[in-house]
Design a protein around this ligand. Structure first.
Ligand SMILES: [Zn+2]
Ligand SMILES: [Zn+2]
Length: 464
């Protein structure tokens, strides 16, 4: 058995690992690499293997850094099944289409520049049609339902508690009369998630690929989110302005809606007008409604005994642009939840432009903002920012809640590791920048001297 770490090795993006066993090639995830443009194009355009030679792909969850290059894999000759949970498939339908749309816009912009420089036209990795065609190769299966996928290999999904439908991938392998169990953690959630179940412990693991996004960092406690959200909203209402929440369309938006629903029901905040202003977020919420099998007990009970977790009287979902623009004329306190979370694109940028200089406005960050994004600059407290080429003074109040993170932090990763049973002979730490995975490896080596912990580099092959 051989594993080659083709992506998310010493970085958090482009998850892609190739397992070769019994003459079969199994691809674990096929994510888009997101980084500097030139490097991203290079990495995403060409696969380090022949896509036609892959027998089957297994997808841990729908995030683009795990699923986003599947359409290109199919376009370049992959004909096998893509195995995922139901919710992952449904979210992929939205997210891959969205990725095609973003690429088309990006490429159109670049090509205009290239035309002036007499450079050849660029083409996107895939278009909307190719994204849709890739979905036809999906074969879906629920959690805890073992499914044979290649000679001597069975896959079983266990809940990872990271986003709707997210799974830890368990491969039970029989090779030359010997059995072994390989666990690919995918991205691991924090536990105590508003909507999802905790990451489920897996037993009997011999080999493990474990994520390490926050291997050396601690988050605030998830329980703290509600109180903080409540006090921020109340203060903002007193100030009489809008509350803008830049949010990822999938998962974070639904988490925030569910939290607000609770706060209103419990009388902590008044039912002020609330808008989800992002077509992707609106569609993603529909997918959430379709998959109660992914909810934790609390949300599941809420759904059957009380109400729609993602709907309340003062909440409005907005798809069309005209209604989005109408929000400019809304006076008095209201909440606008809009994508993208890092404020790089989407309708949130328009809302920021119109409200950031108003001292009554509150901007509430509920997720991570990568370096050099507009979101990061606002979060860092820059006094002026550039939006659509216009220099604007930041008079709005800036707030942040970090406890919503979808990834386990340092202590939670250690708990996850401890909860995973089995001989755990070798563990590869993937999906982490070196400043996170290296300290984690060092600590794990000290705590568990019997296990070999490795931080593989991109393209490295491990022979078992
Ligand atoms: Zn993820
Ligand atoms: Zn990821």
């Amino acid at each position: 058995m051989k594993i080659t770490f083709h992506g998310a090795a010493r970085t958090t993006t482009g998850s892609k690992h190739l397992l070769e066993v019994n003459g079969s090639k199994i691809l674990l995830d096929c994510g888009l690499f997101q980084g500097r443009r030139q490097q991203s194009i290079q990495i995403n355009e060409h696969f380090p293997f022949d896509p036609a030679s892959i027998d089957v792909a297994v997808l841990s969850h729908a995030h683009i850094d795990h699923s986003g290059n599947l359409p290109r894999l199919c376009k370049l000759g992959f004909r096998g099944n893509i195995i995922s949970t139901f919710a992952t498939r449904d979210l992929c339908q939205l997210m891959l289409a969205d990725s095609a749309k973003v690429q088309a816009a990006d490429i159109a912009f670049l090509n205009k520049k290239r035309e002036r420089q007499n450079l050849p036209e660029l083409v996107p990795l895939y278009n909307a049609r190719e994204a849709e065609q890739c979905l036809r190769q999906f074969v879906t299966v629920n959690y805890r339902r073992p499914m044979p996928i290649a000679p001597g290999i069975t896959v079983t999904f266990y809940d990872a508690g990271h986003i709707l439908g997210s799974a830890q991938v368990v491969l039970d392998i029989e090779e030359g009369g010997r059995r072994s169990r390989l666990l690919f953690s995918g991205d691991v959630g924090r536990g105590h998630n508003d909507l999802l179940r905790n990451p489920e412990p897996v037993d009997g693991v011999d080999y493990m690929l474990m994520e390490s996004t926050y291997g050396a960092r601690e988050h605030d406690l998830p329980e703290a989110a509600s109180d903080k959200l409540c006090s921020i909203v109340r203060t903002a209402i007193e100030r009489g302005g809008k509350i803008l929440i830049p949010s990822f369309a999938v998962e974070r938006t639904q988490q925030v809606i569910y939290r607000l629903h609770h706060l209103i029901k419990d009388g902590c905040i008044p039912p002020i007008p609330t808008y989800v202003d992002s077509p992707l977020a609106v569609n993603a919420t529909e997918v959430f409604r379709l998959h109660p099998e992914c909810f934790n007990d609390e949300v599941y009970e809420f759904l059957f005994q009380r109400a729609d977790p993602f709907g309340f009287e003062s909440l409005n979902y907005i798809r069309d642009t005209a209604r989005s623009m109408d929000l400019n004329t809304v006076t008095g306190p209201c909440i606008i939840i809009s994508a993208s979370g890092m404020c790089e694109a989407g309708r949130i940028v328009h809302h920021l432009r119109n409200n950031i200089s108003d001292s009554r406005t509150t901007i509430l960050f509920v997720g991570y903002c990568a370096q050099n994004t507009l979101g990061a600059r606002i979060r860092a407290g820059d006094k002026t920012v550039n939006i659509f080429g216009e220099s604007l003074r930041v008079n709005a109040r800036i707030e942040a809640i970090d406890s919503f993170s979808g990834h386990a932090d340092h202590s939670e990763l250690l708990d996850y590791y401890r909860a995973t049973g089995g001989s755990k002979k070798k563990v590869w730490l993937v999906h982490g920048e070196p400043d996170q995975s290296d300290p984690l490896r060092h600590e794990l080596r000290t705590l568990f001297p019997g296990t070999d912990f490795i931080v593989p580099t991109a393209g490295e092959t491990a022979e078992i």
